[in-house]
Design a protein around this ligand. Structure first.
Ligand code: PDD
Length: 284
C-alpha cells in the first residue's frame, strides 16, 4: 500500500507544489490516469499520446519526451512496489505570477503519482450501479473542449455532487443542446434493439481509451455499433447500459433516475463486453 510521487524526476513518498503553480490557481494542467493489470501497464502508449494531444491543445510543452516519460513512470511504479497501481500523470503550467496569463510560467511541473489501486466493489459489476441524469451540462466543445483532458474538472465535480444527492453513484450529463454525452470520469454506452450505442465524439466527450477498445471489440465480435447524437428520452427504450474507464473498465449501469434499465441487471451485451475487455487485459 505504498505511495510514490515523482516530481520532476525526484521520487518521494510525498510531494509539495507551489501555490503559485497555475495548475493549482487556474486548473491550468493536463493529466492522464493509467492502470496496471497483473502489474503490467495498460495502454500506456495510448495514454501518453492523449496526454501530448491535450498538452498541444492548450499550448503546453511537456518537458519530457515520451520515452523519458515512460522510464519515469516505470521507475515510480517500481519504487512504489504495489501489486496493482493507479498512476496519475499530471503536467501543470508551472509556477508564475497570480495572473491568468501563462506568459510568466517558464517551467511546467511533471508529476507522476503512483498509489495502490483499490478495485471497485464486486457488486458494482454483479448488480450494476445507479446513474442519474443531472442538470449540470457537459462543457460545450466550443468552450473547454471535453476532448482535452485538463485538470479543470469542476464541471464534473458539480455533476457528481448532484448525482450523489439523489443516491446515484455517477452522473450522466447532456451537452448544452440536450444530447447525451458521458459520465463524470467515464464514457457511456447503452443497448437498444441489440445495437450497442454510444454518444459520438461530436457530442463533446473525452475519446476514452477504454471506449475505443470496447468499440473495436464489439465490431470484431459481430455486435452492431452506433456512435451518434441522441436526446435522453432514447434511454426509455434501453435494454442495457454500461460505463467505461481506465479504472472502472466495463461497469454495468442498471438504474437511471431510480428506474431500472431493461431488467435491472447486467444484460448479455454488457456481460460480453466485460468478458472481452478482460481478455484483452490478460493478453497485454
Ligand atoms: N477518467 N470521460 C471522462 C470525462 C474521463 O475523465 C475519463 C477518464 C473517461 C474514460 O477515459 P479512459 O477510458 O481513457 O480512462 C471518459 C479517468 C480514469 C479519471 O479521471 O480518473
Amino acid at each position: 500500500m505504498t505511495t510514490r510521487i515523482s516530481l520532476n524526476g525526484d521520487i518521494q513518498p510525498e510531494a509539495h507544489i507551489s501555490v503559485f503553480d497555475h495548475g493549482f490557481l487556474f486548473g491550468d494542467s493536463v493529466y492522464e490516469v493509467v492502470s496496471t493489470y497483473k502489474g503490467r501497464l495498460c495502454f500506456v502508449q495510448e495514454h501518453l499520446k492523449r496526454l501530448l494531444n491535450s498538452a498541444r491543445a492548450i499550448s503546453l510543452e511537456i518537458p519530457l519526451a515520451d520515452d523519458a516519460m515512460m522510464r519515469e513512470i516505470e521507475k515510480t511504479v517500481e519504487a512504489a512496489g504495489n501489486p496493482e497501481s493507479y498512476i496519475r500523470i499530471i503536467v501543470t503550467r508551472g509556477v508564475g505570477e497570480i495572473d491568468i496569463d501563462p506568459e510568466s510560467c517558464t517551467r511546467p511541473n511533471v508529476l507522476i503519482f503512483v498509489i495502490h489501486a483499490m478495485p471497485y466493489p464486486k457488486e458494482n459489476y454483479t448488480h450494476g450501479i445507479k446513474v442519474a441524469l443531472v442538470s449540470i451540462k457537459r462543457n460545450p466543445k466550443e468552450a473547454l473542449n471535453p476532448g482535452i483532458k485538463t485538470g479543470n474538472y469542476l464541471n464534473n465535480v458539480l455533476a457528481k455532487m448532484e448525482a450523489r444527492q439523489v443516491g446515484a453513484a455517477d452522473a450522466l450529463m447532456l451537452n448544452p443542446t440536450g444530447q447525451l454525452t458521458e459520465c463524470t470520469t467515464s464514457n457511456f454506452f447503452f443497448v437498444c434493439d441489440q445495437r450497442l450505442m454510444t454518444p459520438s465524439l461530436d457530442c463533446g466527450i473525452l475519446s476514452g481509451i477504454t471506449r475505443e477498445v470496447v468499440l473495436r471489440l464489439a465490431r470484431e465480435n459481430g455486435v452492431l455499433v452506433e456512435e451518434g447524437e441522441w436526446p435522453p428520452e432514447i434511454l426509455q427504450n434501453a435494454e442495457e447500459a454500461f460505463i467505461t474507464g481506465t479504472i472502472k473498465r466495463v461497469m454495468p449501469v442498471t438504474s437511471l433516475d431510480g428506474r431500472p434499465i431493461g431488467e435491472g441487471k447486467p444484460g448479455p451485451i454488457t456481460k460480453m463486453m466485460m468478458r472481452l475487455y478482460e481478455d484483452v487485459l490478460i493478453s497485454l
